[in-house]
Unconditional design. Sequence first.
Length: 239
Amino acid sequence: MVARQQELRFPKRGGKRDRAGRKPNEPGRPRLRHGKRPTTKARFPVHITKRMRSDVPRLRNFELMSVLRRAFVHGCFMRVLVDGTEFAFRICQFSVQGNHIHLICEASSNVALARGIQGWSVRVARGLNGFWERDGSVFDDRYHVEILESPSQTRNALCYVLQNARRHGERIDPKFGGSDPFSSAWWFDGWRDETWRGERSPPAMRTVAEPATWLLRVGWRKSPLGLIRIDEVPPAGLR
């Protein structure tokens, strides 16, 4: 027998190959860039947008909202341990849209924010998957972060989040007095007119945490636009 040198095939790493790299955008659903996140500080609230996967059913459903409400009740306030130091993470306001969720949060650092969002996201995913009897991820891509650093910016973000249904042209049943039932509107104390509450009783459990930052407690009210109207529609360009 004559010995013959066998070809040694090395695994291919990098370079051009089929289906390699980041997945392409879906039409009308641009993906977030993987750039460095803005720095989160304890005195500044943050506006978070979490988008759902395209195969997840529409979220604005009252049966489904009961599942999401439980996730908010148990996930709106967390103690996050970072390098041996305990930090607080809070979800202070929210609204649920058809394929995404808006949050107004407080966190002391990027790590505390990331861990708090991760913990809340796990609760949401478990609840939704249990409701739908499915497995796998429910959230798509990274979440969008906007640091709120001024009274006007904070006021704009609160209006954008709480009134986002109006921004999207969603129908709001008149029996809710103009408030979006798929949001934390009931727990918001900055409405210009409180008569919309009527004689309705408050929800059984609170779904958001009390804010600790000056901007969310007092500062946003100093914006020239003042308190938020129950029928106010956020203008285009706000996020």
